[in-house]
Design a protein around this ligand. Sequence first.
Ligand SMILES: [Mg+2]
Length: 304
Amino acid sequence: MKTGFLIDMDGVIYRENNLIPGAEDFVRALMATGTPFLFLTNNSAPTPEDLAVRMKHLGIPGLAAKHFYTSALNTADFLVETDPECTVFVIGEGGLHTALHEKRIASDSIQPRYVIVGEGAATMERLAKAHECIERGARLLATNPDNWCPVSSERTRPGAGATAAFLEASTGRRAYYLGKPNGFMFHRARRKLVEVALQEPEHVVMIGDTMETDIRGAIEVGLQSYLVLSGSTQIEGVSDYVYQPTRILNSVADLVEEVKTGIPCDRLSSPAFGCRANPGRAGNRHQTDVFALHKPRPRPAMTK
Ligand SMILES: [Mg+2]
């Protein structure tokens, strides 16, 4: 029996157009040892095939569409399970349209049952049409709650959460947000991990760089969670959260030997903890609640 990994991409495997050091070795070790893994992203714009090509160009060949689960696939799974005969009006890009098409969910710009908002493709004309559909009774569904997404280390772009917020404001209706940290995303990703691996892993671990999506969602569905510090979270900020990751790592490079040997280290042997002045100090979790009352909420999650 093995540990299976659900792996966030931006901030874990790459940043902008550069692989994070050690990420290639980590993925190679996963493939060489037959360790179950699945990449999990809130970005609803690309298809799984697009992501496999992107990873190849970044320097990680050998991945296939089956190794990726996006919030667009999660949205299509959700509709098929809860309302298979529905019709939809979509604001989104290729990955979302393709996912819905593959599940035979029909487009409808007259009287759809849902307005689906994903990453990109929002024009005032499409927003006005979506607004009209919602006023006529369509329900509002967003592929993910990200208000903004990183474009580079200095630039961001509006995310699906911001587009959905526009329609929430104009219609007075509340959106339902899929993608991380929604439990349906983690539940379905775990199911797909088992299908792809053809085995039931003993443990499933979520690896991510964002507390509000990767770590929170994993905890809420009962998965272990490893926070990596190679992306959007600094170790100084971790104690601001009520929920805490199972382990904190500098990057996925810290896991390469563990994957190769099959022997996991325990939490306190995590390299990131070794850098702290007093790694065994008790009381952080109780202080966290106090901090949370006096600090502004962190900016909503950003993931790709
Ligand atoms: Mg991320």
